[in-house]
Ligand binder design. Structure first.
Ligand SMILES: *[C@@H]1O[C@H](CO)[C@@H](O)[C@H](O)[C@H]1NC(C)=O
Ligand SMILES: *[C@@H]1O[C@H](CO)[C@@H](O)[C@H](O)[C@H]1NC(C)=O
Length: 503
């Protein structure tokens, strides 16, 4: 039944794409492809074998639940037990690498490095060894949002001591996995951690301390990242010979009109959204972008604060953070339109990140819409982003560490196929225009727990049946298309997978 459905619809997809762009394009030699996941979203085993509680364990068990379908990651895709099947899928796709994250409390149950949980180390050793046995390179994210609850009780990312706590945790990972892991991400998506978790309620710990906590967090995230980079650089690089960077989520913000104000609104929005984290690390002189310092400084003064709500970086801190990345990990999904309209001042809480930014962000209804309300397909926005990163930060080495599309489920995911093809086509345009892009990572290898949206939004190349005890994984049409892109190292918009979903 499924096979028949796939066969019929594939012809249609192939045809419409063929009209748009029939050119077969090649990726650079040595370009690498992977897929990504995060510990809390797939592992399950939330209290197995000595694991401690993270802020997501706490958030998902709150009554009433803040998760739209009241679900949890208690079992999720059960990768804590099914990691061998996960590696099989990587092999089926022909991935060069797999980007996964480590659960801090699986290794350090109370967050501190005085007590190491051997069962946690054993799990990641098994996973890493299974990947290497199959020629898949492990690409390890040290922190992907599941902060130890114990550390949150002390303020989490708003407490400057987190720089030490995080560095001690990272050291345990370098000591135990660095002999085999050569690609590292310190921290995944600072903006989502800080703005969404501390400056609003859309991620754990849902602090909503608007206009204040997200900037305390921002500074501590940057310092924690830079301190871990320095540790790797000084103590591990010589013997372990790996690369270490950061993944920053970047949304392309496009001015609604050609007016000066709208251009400035789009620029401010980019600087708040990702320049806040990228500028201190990748720009020529480091430090926060001037738009950020200016806007928050002015608003803070108007509001009667004695100094800016954005804690400034000292000369020493600027120097520590500057250049602290071997590559720029770009997570990107979509584009938004930005404009400025002083008459709507006060539409956001005061103080807040959005009020400080003073840009209004909207969607364009003509852009294809994913299951996630925030996600629309805008390949030219992806292209603009890559060119802007090249220009602004002196053409850094870039890995796309996340990119993908959500549906409500189903194996025939033509819109995901179209999204991947159009985004990869834009990526190739950027490469042709000199962007130094080394690799691409699809989000995600499989369906998983999509944070506040629970299991209602599916990002997987593989569908996961969350109602089956085995959490059965089945490749979607997009998995077959991605496999062929990797196998041939080319983008062929007319390619139609065999009439067979078995890989
Ligand atoms: C978050 O805080 C702001 C005030 O800064 C308030 O207006 C808003 O309602 C709060 N949101 C939630 C979900 O509590
Ligand atoms: C370090 O890795 C690079 C490739 O990333 C390789 O060319 C080089 O030979 C390695 N050096 C050592 C000492 O292993």
């Amino acid at each position: 039944m499924t096979r028949l459905v796939i066969f019929c619809t594939l012809l249609l997809v192939g045809q419409s794409l063929a009209i748009k762009k029939s050119r077969v394009r090649k990726f650079p030699d040595n370009f690498i492809f992977g897929a990504s996941t995060a510990a809390y979203q797939i592992e399950g085993g939330w209290n197995d074998d000595g694991k401690g509680l993270s802020i997501w364990d706490v958030a998902t068990h709150m009554e009433p639940s803040p998760i739209i379908d009241a679900s949890t990651g208690d079992v999720a895709a059960d990768s804590y037990h099914l990691y061998k099947r996960d590696v099989e899928m990587m092999k089926e796709l022909g991935l060069h690498f797999y980007r996964f994250s480590v659960s801090w409390t699986r290794i350090l149950p109370n967050g501190f490095s005085n007590q190491i949980n051997q069962a946690g180390l054993d799990y990641y050793n098994r996973l890493i060894d299974e990947m290497l046995k199959n020629n898949i390179m492990p690409f390890l994210t040290i922190y992907h949002w599941d902060l130890p609850h114990k550390l949150q009780q002390l303020g989490g990312w708003a407490n400057p001591n987190i720089v030490d706590w995080f560095t001690n945790y990272a050291k345990v990972l370098f000591d135990n996995f660095g002999d085999r892991v050569k690609m590292w991400i310190t921290i995944n998506e600072p903006k989502q951690i800080c703005y969404e978790g501390y400056g609003s309620t859309s991620k754990a710990p849902m602090l909503n301390y608007t206009g204040v906590a997200e900037y305390l967090c921002s500074k501590n995230v940057l310092l924690a990242h830079a301190n871990v980079y320095k540790l790797y650089d000084e103590k591990y690089r010589e013997t372990q010979n790996g690369s270490i960077g950061i993944s920053i989520s970047c949304t392309w913000m496009h001015p609604v009109s050609d007016s000066y104000d709208d251009h400035q609104a789009a620029l401010d929005a980019r600087q708040f959204d990702w320049g806040q984290y990228a500028h201190p690390i990748f720009s020529k002189d480091g430090d926060y972008p001037k738009e950020l310092k200016l806007n928050i400084g002015l608003k803070s003064a108007e509001q009667g604060y004695r100094k800016s709500r954005l804690p400034l970086l000292s000369t020493k801190e600027v120097a520590l953070i500057h250049g602290s990345s071997d590559f720029f990990g770009v997570n990107t999904y979509t584009t938004k339109l930005a404009y400025r309209d002083p008459s709507v001042d006060g539409m956001y809480p005061i103080p807040s990140y959005m009020d400080d930014m003073s840009a209004i962000l909207i969607k364009d209804d003509s852009w294809p819409q994913a299951q996630s309300t925030w996600l629309q397909e805008v390949p030219w926005g992806f292209y603009n982003l890559l060119i802007d990163i090249k220009r602004r930060y002196n053409n850094p080495k870039v890995y796309i560490t996340e990119n993908g599309w959500s549906t409500s489920g189903g194996l025939v995911d033509e819109d995901r196929v179209r999204y991947y093809r159009n985004y990869l086509n834009a990526l190739l345009d950027a490469v042709e225009n000199g962007c130094n892009i080394k690799g691409y990572t699809a989000w995600s290898l499989m369906d998983n727990f999509e944070w506040m949206r629970g299991y209602t939004e599916r990002f997987g190349l593989y569908e996961v049946d969350f109602s089956s005890p085995q959490r059965t994984r089945t490749p979607r049409m997009s998995a077959l298309v991605y496999k062929e892109i990797i196998r041939t190292n080319t983008l062929d918009p007319t390619y139609e997978p065999e009439n067979d979903i078995a890989l």
